[in-house]
Design a protein around this ligand. Sequence first.
Ligand code: PHE
Length: 339
Amino acid sequence: MKQKIKKLSNEVNAFKFESSDDVENFRIKYLSKKGLINSCFDDFKSVSPKDKKEIGKLLNQLKISAQKKVEGYNSKETNTKNHKKTINDITKPGEIISEGSRHPISIVRNRIVEIFSNIGFTISEGPEIEDDWHNFTALNLPEHHPARDMQDTFFIEKNPDYLLRTHTSSVQVRFMENNNPPIRTISPGRVYRNEAISARSHCFFHQIEGLCIDEDISFADLKQTLEYFTTELFGKSEIRFRPSYFPFTEPSAEVDVYWGLNNETDHKMTKGTGWLEIMGCGMVDPNVLKNCNIDHEKYTGFAFGLGIDRIALLLHQIDDIRLLSENDIRFLKQFRSSF
Ligand code: PHE
């Protein structure tokens, strides 16, 4: 048996490949199911137990060296083929490399991040899987608070609760726990709500949270900041605040920007009112500051949260939110941006 393996080994080593046909013949002769090496493996069954170890090793070495020989030839072959292809015809005009495009969500997010960075806001992020404390309790939404129903939550685990965050306000809490005022930060991210999917709403979407905490921050600062923001983003500075309710801000408001009623699209987009709702905001509730170990006697602040998807739909006049997550290349190719 040893003799036989040795003989085969020599044959394998001496075999010269001149063409891919040679390789195929070699493969059939030695490596195929009925090939010579496999027939040795059949004989191996009758080898005496004391020789098994040594002969087994030799056999495996033989098989591996035969396989390597074939692989070595094949990879050399593809290398030279590729090489030939690239230098085939140097007079040929260059191939057009099509430029990628950014996703509309990224375009809007990057633009908003830029606008706030310009006035000194830092960027912060938090996890999409959150615990109850950061998504609800610390935000002044204790257990059994009816406002928890405002946000249909996807729970991952109960007791202790883990969930998919329903808003980026959870990042406010994380940021305040880990940083001292003055704080100026925005937190972009994906959020999840257990809602029926339609042209208007999806079970996941994107928000940007804003948080500013310092001494003597007032509603006037919030107003100024948002006016600056809408002027930069939409080129429109007329905004209005409608009283609203969020457990983590007091007072709370929803912000509309005056879009105008100049044409049919304006009428459609603003439902004939000229106003577009763009975000929720308010002065951070002192209870939230307390929960995050910030001195609520000394500091005040404002927070806001806006939906990126909605703004992307508005800016690009897209009428179905589902297009944003379907990855249809014909849709995505239409967006060009330097952001
Ligand atoms: N978290 C709120 C929402 O998702 C938005 C918000 C953020 C409101 C910050 C006020 C302050 O609807």
